[in-house]
Design a protein around this ligand. Structure first.
Ligand SMILES: Cc1cc2nc3c(=O)[nH]c(=O)nc-3n(C[C@H](O)[C@H](O)[C@H](O)COP(=O)(O)OP(=O)(O)OC[C@H]3O[C@@H](n4cnc5c(N)ncnc54)[C@H](O)[C@@H]3O)c2cc1C
Length: 423
């Protein structure tokens, strides 16, 4: 791996997501050797993946090189590798590029798409968890438009223009809104040979309302916004089967569709090697104590989505969103420095800053602890927070420019099939 041997304690971090990056930044230029390992050479800002899928942004504005994050960290190293196994008995991990020893190991591997064991749906649907997957969705949508333009029958055309999104959490709701904007603003101008009324967007949700983790106020407002945009919302509905052409639901609905986008859930992405009892089977998350230490291990920790810390306020663990990951990453960095100096670590307390989702132009919902609101102001708040949360000044400027341009011109500029998607 070519990591220099030093007298400094070595902290190995698996995963450069929200938690891993915050941790790396907290440990910068301290008396430690830090090794960050990720299977991608960039950090992904997942909350804006849907804008890449719907041609609103290019991927380079929501991804950021991990090496650039650590360029001024003198004792931090990055290695592009997939971690395959942990050997806790001799403090080493096996990766796709070799074995490395650690004094402290932090698992920050996040989650992967959960198909709930349905292999047919997995084989035919489009997940949206990474930049390549978001680009695949973008290509497929645009390819479908092109195929619809030359389809021989109405039925064939509608199959290309029917978009089914499964899961009406923030991701599904945001994507449905963005695809509806493609229908309303782009189709009539760029595809004069298509009739926008032939295009249908179906959003399926198993729960009784959209945005189930948010307030009822947010759900009602979001559903209204979606309906206004022309999205067909189907609650209490889940997919029974999808063979690549036909979607079947538990409520006996059937849609001919070439595109099923799966935004229905995630499960942890653990690494093999730790005792079976530290992994919670249902969610694939590691059981951690209030210091993010994995139960039964003194020097192995988990942070972010992969960690399940049961507290009085959150008996089933914290929500799998960016803020707990960022806050845990920061505190763990501070705690490691305390631990190395033999000082007591501080327990994690989550500061819930609220949640939000956008449905489209001028349309968003925000739930704060004591205040809920929706509409233009919520949309403005959503944009501001997401812009400021992006990693890197360049990315913020590019996204700001793109959003301003799109707002003025009702446009989505990244409508390019760079890498055609093959089913
Ligand atoms: C489409 C989408 C939209 C979202 N929208 C929002 C939102 O609007 N607001 C919000 O707060 N949250 C949102 N989330 C959730 C949020 O992105 C996650 O909660 C957050 O990313 C968790 O951070 P993390 O550091 O735990 O994991 P991640 O950010 O997922 O990072 C994990 C990292 O580990 C790496 N990795 C995994 N396994 C290995 C391995 N074996 N070897 C090497 N590297 C590995 C991955 O490449 C990745 O870089 C969204 C998620 C998705 C998928």
């Amino acid at each position: 791996m070519n990591i220099p041997i030093s007298n400094l304690p070595r902290v190995v971090i698996i995963g450069g997501g929200f938690a891993g990056v915050k941790l790396v930044k907290t440990l910068a230029n301290k008396n430690l050797q830090v090794v960050l390992i990720d299977k991608h050479n960039y950090h992904t800002f997942q909350p804006l993946l849907y804008q890449v899928s719907s041609s609103g942004l290019e991927p380079d504005s929501i991804a950021y090189p991990l090496r650039k994050i650590i360029k001024k960290h003198k004792t931090t190293f990055f290695r592009l590798a997939e971690v395959e196994e942990i050997y806790p008995e001799n403090n080493t991990i096996k990766t796709s590029i070799g074995i490395i020893e650690f004094d402290y190991l932090i698992i920050a591997t996040g989650t992967k798409t959960n198909f709930f064991g349905n292999d047919t749906i997995k084989a035919h649907s489009m997940p949206m968890k990474s930049v390549p997957q978001a680009l695949d969705i973008r290509s497929l949508i645009l390819q479908n438009f092109e195929k619809a333009a030359i389809a021989n029958s109405k039925q064939e055309r509608e199959a290309f223009l029917n978009f089914v999104i499964v899961g009406a959490g923030p991701t599904g709701v945001e994507l449905a809104g963005a695809i509806a904007e493609l229908k309303n603003n782009i189709l009539p101008r760029d595809y004069k040979d298509l009739n926008p009324t032939d295009m249908h967007i179906h959003l399926l949700e198993g729960a009784e309302r959209v945005l189930p983790p948010m307030s009822k106020f947010a759900s009602q407002k979001a559903e209204q916004f979606l309906t206004d945009l022309g999205v067909n919302v189907h609650c209490n509905t889940h997919v029974k089967d999808y063979n690549g052409n036909l979607v079947k639901t538990n409520t006996d609905l059937e849609f001919q569709s070439e595109t099923l986008i799966w935004a229905a859930g995630v499960t942890g992405a653990p690494v093999h090697g730790l005792k079976a009892e530290v992994l919670i089977e249902k969610s694939n998350r590691y059981k951690v104590n209030h210091f993010n230490q994995i139960e039964g291990y003194d020097t192995i920790f988990a942070v972010g989505d992969i960690a399940l810390m049961a507290t009085e306020a959150y008996p089933n663990g914290h929500p799998q969103v960016a803020q707990p990951a960022i806050q845990q990453g920061k505190l763990l960095g501070e705690n490691l420095l305390r631990k190395i100096k033999n000082k007591p670590m501080k327990p994690f307390v989550y500061n819930d800053k609220g949640s939000m989702a956008t449905i489209g132009r001028n349309k968003a919902v925000v739930d704060l602890k004591h205040f809920k609101f929706g509409g233009f102001f919520a949309w403005f708040v959503w944009m501001f927070i997401h812009l400021m949360s992006l990693v890197g000044f360049r990315n913020r400027v590019i996204v700001f420019f793109n959003w301003t341009y799109n707002y003025i011109n009702f446009d989505k500029a990244a409508r390019l099939i760079i890498r055609p998607f093959k089913k």
